[in-house]
Ligand binder design. Structure first.
Ligand code: FCB
Length: 464
């Protein structure tokens, strides 16, 4: 078959997960409570009333999960370290059993020839720190830098690739403005303070990691969303500008230009979400620390946003495609958005390198009578997005790797176990894992570096 879409040699293929979503074992090895453990206990917060106490039980099954990655043939695994495993109360000396877990995981990955990509924070703040103000408190910045130092001191001799935060927008907006995520706060002004502290802690942690890990490559992971106006009217175009300001530039500008975007700051001031024309929580020197040069940018891409102007002129999301073009998250399948986003980020911010650190789709497909999981829609999703990434590469964007979200079906935050993103289907009662057809397909892509147009179903049926 004629290869239609070739990826360059050395392109890094991976899979991604996060601690809170897969590990379980929340009381094992001296782990402390996280804000998500607490949030999940509050009635009505999680769609199916579940929690992450067991999740995929990866805390116990990690060895076999590494075997799955080995079978997939991936060159890298992006996982996160749970802060409350390392520091149960968020401060103080390291909990030995917690660090031992990640130490063994890293060794196991390296033995399997898989490069560990460590995310230091994927939303599981120690609850004890939340009680002292959480990310709204400036003290949490230094706590995070200390935690980053502890982890990098232990793993820095073997781990080269580090990201500080996963998706600061979600931490600030979903967690502190909309209240959909832990800690469930609904305070727009507070969410700006949170965003700033998270960014500042990124800069401090990056410095700590570089001190401890010789040759470390340090980046941050942003969820970026291209925004289109629903119509070409001036009002809708302004709504798109506003949405782009909050979703994308509020993070990209400080990181790459050392300043917040003026128009977006003015929007927030007009809405009464600043404590004045200034942002008093931005102290002298902060922005320089935030703009510490990055070795790479991690981009998570799932969908685009289409917005119109609401009555107050603020952006309101609209759905412009039929329901069959939505994933189970209700997100539009829009591969071209990944291309456009990568080209724009490269043009406007010129990161040295870009990893696509998450991309994937929630579809409910489970095993049929023969135990096979036919998830053709996921294959189509991944194919379309990889082809979009390939076009961006052809346009000169320095995309050097791609991580599928996710290795396993897992605890999808406020949706509990009702949304399945995995290449492996998981039975959350028995912990049985079944490779979906997308796992066979991805395995072929990883082995060949080719994303072909022709086959809908994977050619191989070698069992894992
Ligand atoms: C991202 C998160 C990840 C997962 C996917 C679906 O926002 O980083 O943990 O929940 O969405």
């Amino acid at each position: 078959m004629k290869p239609l879409r070739d990826f360059p040699d050395g392109f890094l293929w991976g899979v991604a997960t996060s601690a809170q979503q897969i590990e379980g074992g929340i009381h094992d090895g001296g782990r402390g409570e996280s804000i998500w453990d607490r949030f999940a206990r509050a009635p009505g917060r999680i769609e199916d009333g579940s929690d992450a106490a067991v999740a995929c039980d990866h805390f116990h099954l990690w060895r076999e999960d590494i075997e799955r990655m080995r079978w997939l043939g991936v060159g890298a695994y992006r996982f996160s370290v749970a802060w409350p495993r390392v520091q149960p109360k968020g401060r103080g000396p390291a909990n030995a059993a917690g660090l031992d877990f990640y130490d063994a995981l890293v060794d196991g990955l390296l033995e399997a020839g898989i490069r560990p990509f460590v995310t230091l924070y994927h939303w599981d703040l120690p609850q004890a720190l939340q009680e002292r103000g959480g990310w709204a408190a400036r003290d949490t910045v230094s706590a995070f830098a200390d935690y980053a130092a502890l982890v990098s001191r232990r793993l820095g001799d073997r781990v080269r690739d580090w990201t500080t935060h996963n998706e600061p927008w979600c931490i600030a907006t979903l967690g502190h403005e909309q209240g959909h995520h832990a800690p469930g706060r609904c305070d727009p002004a507070e969410s700006l303070r949170v965003a700033h502290h998270v960014l500042l802690s990124h800069g401090r942690a990056a410095q700590a990691v570089r001190r401890n890990a010789a040759g470390a490559q340090v980046g941050i992971v942003l969820n970026l969303t291209p925004v289109a106006p629903a119509t070409p009217t001036e009002a809708d175009r302004d709504a798109a500008r506003q949405a782009d300001g909050m979703l994308n530039r509020w993070y990209l500008d400080p990181l790459f230009r050392g300043r917040y975007p003026e128009d977006a700051v003015a929007d927030r001031a007009r809405q009464g979400h600043l404590d004045g024309p200034q942002m008093p929580f931005v102290k002298p020197g902060d922005l320089a620390e935030i703009a510490t040069p990055l070795d790479f940018l991690g981009v998570n891409y799932y969908s685009r946003a289409v917005v119109r102007a609401g009555d107050d002129g603020q952006p309101v999301g609209v759905q412009v495609v039929p329901a069959e073009q939505l994933t189970d998250m209700g997100w539009e399948v829009h591969p071209q958005g990944l291309h456009d986003l990568l080209v724009r980020v490269d043009r406007d911010y010129a990161p040295a390198k870009i990893f696509i650190t998450e991309n994937g789709a929630a579809y409910a497909d489970g095993p049929d009578a023969t135990g096979q999981v036919h998830d053709a829609r996921r294959i189509e999703f991944l194919r379309g997005h990889l082809q979009a990434a390939q076009r961006a590469l052809g346009d000169g964007v320095p995309v050097v790797g791609y991580f599928t979200w996710s290795l396993l079906d897992n605890f999808e935050w406020a949706h509990g176990y009702t949304r399945r993103f995995g290449l492996y289907w998981v039975d959350f009662v028995t912990q049985q894992r079944i490779p979906k057809h997308s796992a066979y397909w991805y395995r072929d892509v990883v082995a060949s570096g080719v994303v072909d147009d022709a086959t809908l179903e994977p050619s191989a049926r070698r069992s894992p």
